[in-house]
Design a protein. Structure first.
Length: 114
């Protein structure tokens, strides 16, 4: 009888140890998943910050023109100043001036897409 009680006690201990091991392993896996998720979120934020920083950097041609205008220099691609002629130049395309297609006094708005 003693033998069967000790065998049952040993079996119960093994089951308890197995259950503890499974719970500990589940906790470790949960912590790993949480760390991986936080690392992935941080990585995504860093990538987003780099993309925003490079896309809003100095690559904006309009921004360069404004900066050059502040310093008094005109880039060669800047629109030319309007003159007093009947059909003044309103922009530059390559090395050529673009002239208004109508008389200066008849123009109400100038809009074009580069």
């Amino acid at each position: 009888m003693q033998c069967s009680k000790s065998a049952q006690a040993a079996e119960v201990r093994r089951q308890d140890d197995s259950l503890r091991r499974k719970r500990r392993q589940a906790l470790v896996y949960r912590k790993r998943r949480r760390r991986l998720l936080l690392a992935f979120a941080a990585f995504c934020l860093i990538i987003a910050a780099v993309v925003v920083a490079t896309s809003t950097g100095g690559s904006n041609p309009a921004g360069r023109r404004r900066l050059a205008a502040r310093h008094g220099e005109r880039p060669p691609s800047a629109p030319v100043a309007a003159t007093g002629t009947d059909r003044p130049a309103f922009a530059r395309l390559g090395d050529r001036n673009l002239l208004l297609p109508v008389a200066r006094d008849d123009a109400t708005i100038i809009a074009y897409q580069g």
